[in-house]
Design a protein around this ligand. Structure first.
Ligand code: G6P
Length: 616
């Protein structure tokens, strides 16, 4: 989704802006651009549809230089991907804006500004910001004062940055609903929507909070909070994830991230397991007291994170004996919900900035006693400085490190680990889980990184199997019990990056409809751990074979399912049934990866998708 980079320095910053945009490419975008104020004080701009590499090439052909500038990668919401709609947007020849988010009252503002004589050159909601700002600048003279007045009239979400050729020593920024971070240099300062974009120039960051407006100069930063008071924001040193922006020996970030899973699962477990117990305080000092009161769990998330929640429902009900509901955030946020007493509200998110998940959390927190309050909110999240974490009562940080591939892999498995820790903690505190079973599962968790390593060793086998899919247009994924959401995640991965239509079904539902689709052109992928549902699953597989369907089965090596005509078995390491969903996710990730490579798609940045969906 959209990305912002900006800077004010003594040196020419064009290369820094472009490098920053490249580092944000993983978020997904369809066009890119930048604007600088050159040494003659003239505002210059370059925009291109497509990749940042094309913008870079254009910039090398007609170089633009400047010591103050802003840059942007756009993911179209209002108006098609085109050069005209790409940011930065101008008002007159002096003022430029880049913007992430959506201005909801853009139509009313556009109408009003047209009445004032402003001429619009794009279909974007962003263009209203720059004209509104120009209007305010004419009233106030000072850019910061103009911005403070303009944002009062904006409804919706924004992270934005502004430059003005008439005041070429300052970079302005405003945040409401879309993250921004200031990167502090020596005699130069920068701005970005994600600190990863600025790791090339600094490791000292200052995070803007909701409602903040910042005036950034070469040697100073001033920040006003939502109430207009001058405030100080803490400076943080960034260490983690220096390796993340580099693919290393791997061809794609996705493959690198798949192979990082044993390591990041290990990190997510670190400091959270006692000898025979999960350490409940991993969820925060007040967790034990709160967890003892929990009688229901409501999980809300989007995309892959939603699938993690679906797995957790099986765990929470089976192991902790707690009723659990799971819903996608975009539905939940607009639905009138009935809250059961003592419900823990759990959000799951890699980024912690997904607009729907954040809105769902805010709605949940706004509930009053009369309409049923939630007991507390808990975020399972991969980004410690995210809005979701800041706004939740309790947090469990997954330690996946920065995830660059748009299709989520290591974030998902670390979320599952976090959710299993939550399940065991709730079971422990509420006395619904036997200490013997908890100790057994703690042991299994300790062994999990090794098991994941063994599953990844099947890389070449899965690559071979992927050849069955290269020419196919449709696939089915089947699973039973907690493996059903794993099948859903497998299907999501395949459609996200290979663009093959894939659907997941609980295997028992096969004969209620999807069986009608099964023929030799429809491979059926199944996850089959050695559990009590195995015999039933085997019957489902027979139903597919009898219709000529080709079966690809990821099966426990002790499951007794054998290769045969049209049936391809991939033997999986044996694992405790509770942890099987984590292990069985890996071959499905590899499968979608290799199919996508065979089909020649853009694996790390699939078409139309964004890493972090910060708009509705
Ligand atoms: C986008 C990403 C998915 C992700 C989903 C939720 O759709 O492409 O990979 O699962 O957003 O994101 P979150 O950051 O909240 O987990």
């Amino acid at each position: 989704m959209c990305g912002i980079v900006g800077g004010v320095a003594e040196r020419n910053i064009t290369a820094i802006l472009i490098e920053g945009l490249k580092r944000l490419e993983y978020r997904g975008y369809d066009s890119a651009g930048f604007a600088v104020i050159d040494d003659d004080g003239v505002l210059q701009r370059l925009r291109r549809v497509g990749k940042v590499a094309e913008l870079d090439q254009a910039q090398q052909q007609e170089p633009l230089a400047g010591r103050l500038g802003i840059a942007h990668t756009r993911w179209a919401t209002h108006g098609a991907p085109s050069e005209r709609n790409a940011h930065p947007h101008f008002s007159g020849g002096e003022l430029a804006v880049v913007h992430n988010g959506i201005i909801e009252n853009h139509e009313a503002l556009r109408h009003q500004l047209k009445g004032l004589g402003y001429v619009f050159t794009s279909e974007t909601d962003t263009e209203v910001i720059v004209h509104l700002l120009d209007h305010k600048l004419k009233m106030f003279g000072d850019l910061a004062d103009a911005l403070k007045a303009a944002v009062k009239e904006l409804h919706g979400a924004y992270g934005l940055s502004v430059i003005n050729a008439a005041q070429p020593d300052r970079l302005l920024a405003a945040r409401s609903g879309s993250p921004l971070v200031i990167g502090l240099g020596l005699g130069e300062n920068f701005l970005a929507s994600d600190q990863l974009a600025l790791r090339q120039v600094t490791d000292r960051f200052m995070y803007l909070e909701e409602g903040d407006i910042a005036e950034i100069r070469r040697d100073s930063v001033q920040i006003w909070d939502a109430a207009g008071q001058l405030v100080e924001r803490e400076t943080a040193q960034y260490h983690e994830g220096a390796e993340a922006a580099d693919k290393g020996e791997y061809r794609h970030f996705m493959l690198k991230e798949i192979h990082e899973q044993p390591k990041v699962v290990q990190r997510t477990l670190e400091g959270r397991l006692g000898d025979r117990q999960v350490l409940v305080q991993a969820f925060g000092p007040q967790a034990a007291e709160l967890f003892a009161k929990v009688r229901n769990v409501q999980i809300v998330a989007c995309g892959t994170s939603y699938h993690a929640g679906m797995v957790a429902r099986y765990w929470l009900e089976e192991l902790a004996g707690i009723p659990c509901q799971v819903e996608v955030a975009s539905e939940f946020r607009y639905r009138k919900v009935v809250v059961q007493p003592d419900t823990l509200f759990v959000t799951i998110s890699q980024s912690g900035e997904t607009a729907d998940s954040l809105a769902a959390l805010r709605n949940a927190k706004a509930r009053t006693e009369g309409e049923g309050r939630y007991l507390a909110s808990l975020a399972i999240c991969n980004v410690g400085i995210s809005s979701l974490v800041r706004e939740s009562d309790l947090t469990l940080l997954t330690q996946a490190g920065p995830e660059i591939g748009v299709a989520s892999t290591k974030a998902f498995t670390t979320q599952l680990v976090g959710l299993l820790l939550l399940t065991l903690s709730l079971g422990q505190v509420r006395g619904t889980l036997s200490s013997a079973l908890e100790a057994e599962l703690v042991d299994e968790l300790r062994r999990l990184p090794t098991r994941l390593g063994e599953a990844l060793a099947m890389d070449a086998t899965v690559e071979k199997i992927s050849e069955h899919f290269a020419e196919k247009h449709h696939t089915l994924f089947l699973g039973r019990g907690a493996q059903y959401p794993v099948a859903m995640e497998g299907a999501l991965k395949l459609k996200e990056i290979s663009y093959i239509h894939a659907e997941a079904y609980p295997a028992g539902e096969l004969k209620h409809g999807p069986l009608a689709l099964v023929d030799a052109d429809m491979p059926v992928v199944t996850v089959a751990p050695n559990n009590e549902l195995l015999e039933k699953l085997k019957s489902n597989l027979q139903e597919v074979r009898a219709r000529g369907g080709e079966l690809i089965v990821f099966a426990d090596r002790e499951a007794g399912i054998e290769d045969g005509e049209g049936t391809f078995i991939v033997s999986m390491p044996h694992i405790h049934d509770v942890l099987a969903p984590i292990l069985y996710t890996l071959p499905l990730q590899l499968l979608s990866y290799y199919v996508a490579v065979l089909r020649g798609t853009d694996v790390d940045q699939p078409r139309n998708l964004a890493k972090s969906v910060t708009v509705e």
